[in-house]
Design a protein around this ligand. Structure first.
Ligand code: B16
Ligand code: MG
Length: 213
């Protein structure tokens, strides 16, 4: 066994809610008459809600007050949660479920390290809760990725040192956070372009085998 724990990012690693983020942010941009597309949306990966709104507003000529921004972020979240409410266990692949079961059966702890404040709701809707030993998310952090806080808290909840844990991430900011925190950084998706990633995974099973052997 290579690691005592594996900390998984949620969106983009265990589930794919980025399409819901896109639809909700796109509707806000349309309401404001601001340009928004899939390319801008990829910049929001692993970025917290208010920072995401500030990226969306880069194309907006009129400066918005903090109160207006809070209002827009709240409306975005309502629309996003409407999509989340439709999620079911079928939104998680068998490969992910089998992989999580295998590492836990081998005694490796699992945690979530997500900046989302909706992580608990997603885990519940998809029935992933039973595979996870600890959840560190947007509700228990002050600093978003690339700050390592979310992963350090996850390791703390598990009682495991960062040097004995791996982090799995799909966002560049997440790999940066994992490296800064002293974790073994496993990259999937776009994050594989990050030069500091310790391992670039082609599949979820490859990650599980790396953790086990
Ligand atoms: P919420 P992760 C991140 O989740 C998403 O990748 C990012 O697009 C989103 O803005 C952020 O959560 C905040 O989400 O609005 O639900 O609090 O990748 O860290 O699991
Ligand atoms: Mg992610």
């Amino acid at each position: 066994m290579k690691f005592d724990a594996v900390i998984f990012d949620l969106d983009g690693v265990l589930v794919h809610t980025d399409k819901f983020h896109y639809l909700a942010w796109k509707s806000i941009a349309d309401d404001l008459g601001v340009y928004f597309d899939e390319t801008i949306n990829t910049r929001l990966r692993g970025v917290g809600r208010m920072d995401s709104l500030n990226i969306l507003l880069e194309c907006c000529d009129r400066p918005l007050s903090d109160a207006e921004k809070e209002g827009l972020a709240a409306v975005k979240n309502e629309r996003y949660r409407r999509y989340l409410s439709l999620m079911t266990p079928a939104d998680v692949t068998d490969e992910v479920r089998t992989g999580l079961s295998r590492i836990r059966a081998a005694g490796i702890k699992t945690a979530i390290g997500s900046v989302s404040k909706n992580a608990g709701y997603i885990l519940e809707k998809t029935d992933l809760v039973k595979y996870i030993d600890a959840v560190s998310d947007g509700n228990n952090i002050v600093n978003s990725k690339p700050d390592p806080e979310v992963f350090l808290k996850a390791a703390g909840f598990l009682g495991i040192a960062p040097s004995r844990a791996a982090v799995v991430e799909d966002a560049v900011a997440g790999i940066e956070a994992a490296v800064r925190g002293g974790f073994f950084a496993i990259a999937v998706g776009d994050a594989r372009n990050h030069p500091k990633a310790d391992f670039k995974a082609q599949s979820f099973t490859e990650i599980i085998n790396l953790a086990l052997y």
